[in-house]
Design a protein around this ligand. Structure first.
Ligand SMILES: [Zn+2]
Length: 359
């Protein structure tokens, strides 16, 4: 669960589940408590004896990148081994349109340091002949995108995302893009967020404006967050980024790249009898076929399960809808959708049982 945030931003008490217009409001009601309760409801629908063996594993570290999980999966590998693994931590496409999340992007995060001088010097004395680390850093960072806003690092994987209806107006409304600002990148909007790399400067160490002196700053430092294609090896992407930063060093400045974090993406093999059963179960519950969606960020525990159990069909489902506002004020759960999520999982168990019996 995420921290509650500022109480003043909430319309109802943060930790008192409050029902209003078919939604239940409160921190954690959707992300992740409802995901856990969907599993409970599915088992309860079968009076505790579903037609397949079920192991329930409740993971409590998802919001802090699940650091203990790989060791737990090693330790309890036998107990947790399964043909199908249902991870209910994602979202559906729209209210009324269910989804299976079949891709998650991976992550490469680095700190890049650009050194121009052994020590700071007077900008009036040497400026014009001597570069400074901060300006050099800005020039280096500027090489990371081309003029269209696509990531300019060579050697990164891209592919097209599933074709779903998502317009620039949707993007503007969802992201809060300021007036007059154009989206960046090329290709479909969903491929830019799901299956192409992205690059963001998420921090810079620099003298603050308030304390700035007339000085050539010797060293500039930035933290870069790069999202990568779901199937890209993070180590290969890191090497490509490092090579780019070294090759583009402005004016012969010294460039150092330090790894901060690597995260595996996820790309499901979304075929075979278990995926077919899931799609049919979703269709039973919603009366409409589910769509395959991607998520631009990572859910580290999904990659951990995929790595530990490569033979299992991993189904990433979820209770959230576009208006859930997970992590934000007024987080809520759409109760009719939640009912369909529970029903779909109960039907999925039934259908998996039928596969077992060869029906
Ligand atoms: Zn969350």
């Amino acid at each position: 669960m995420q921290p509650p945030g500022d109480e003043a931003d909430w319309d109802t008490p943060i930790f008192e589940p409050t029902e209003r217009d078919g939604r239940l409001y409160g921190r954690g009601v959707a992300d992740d408590k409802a995901g856990v309760m969907a599993h409970v409801a599915a088992i309860r629908a079968h009076h505790g004896t579903p037609p397949v063996n079920v192991t329930v594993f409740v993971e409590g570290e998802e919001e802090v990148a699940s650091p203990s999980l790989p060791a737990l999966l090693d330790k309890y590998e036998t107990e947790l081994r399964a043909d199908a693994i249902v991870l209910a931590d994602s979202h559906n496409w729209k209210v009324g349109t269910p989804a299976l999340t079949t891709t998650l992007r991976g992550l490469v995060r680095v700190v890049v340091e650009v050194q121009a001088l052994d020590h700071g010097v007077h900008s009036g004395m040497y400026g014009g002949a001597v570069p400074d680390g901060l300006t050099a850093l800005c020039r280096l960072v500027a090489t990371l995108h081309d003029d269209n806003g696509d990531v300019a690092v060579a050697g990164l994987m891209t592919s097209e995302a599933a074709e779903l209806d998502y317009t620039e107006d949707d993007l503007r409304a969802d992201s809060g893009l300021s007036e007059g600002v154009r989206p960046i990148g090329t290709g479909s909007l969903l491929s830019r967020m799901w299956t192409k790399p992205s690059m963001t400067v998420i921090g810079i160490d620099a003298p603050s404006v308030a304390t700035a002196a007339n000085l050539l700053t010797p060293v500039g430092r930035a933290k870069l967050s790069m999202r990568i294609h779901p199937a890209q090896d993070p180590q290969v992407a890191l090497d490509a980024l490092r090579q780019h930063l070294m090759d583009q060093a402005p004016w012969g400045c010294q460039v150092r790249v330090e790894l901060d974090d690597l995260g595996e993406g996820f790309s499901a093999n979304a075929q075979g009898p278990i995926y077919e059963s899931a799609r049919a179960a979703f269709n039973d519950a919603w009366g409409t076929e589910p769509v395959d969606i991607g998520v631009g960020g990572s859910i580290p525990f999904v990659a951990s399960f995929a790595e530990r159990f490569p033979q299992a069909a991993i189904l990433v489902t979820g209770v959230e809808d576009p208006d859930t506002r997970a992590h934000a004020a007024n987080e809520s759960l759409h109760l009719a959708e939640f009912e369909r999520v529970c029903l779909a999982e109960a039907v999925l168990l039934e259908r998996l049982g039928a596969i077992n019996k060869g029906e």
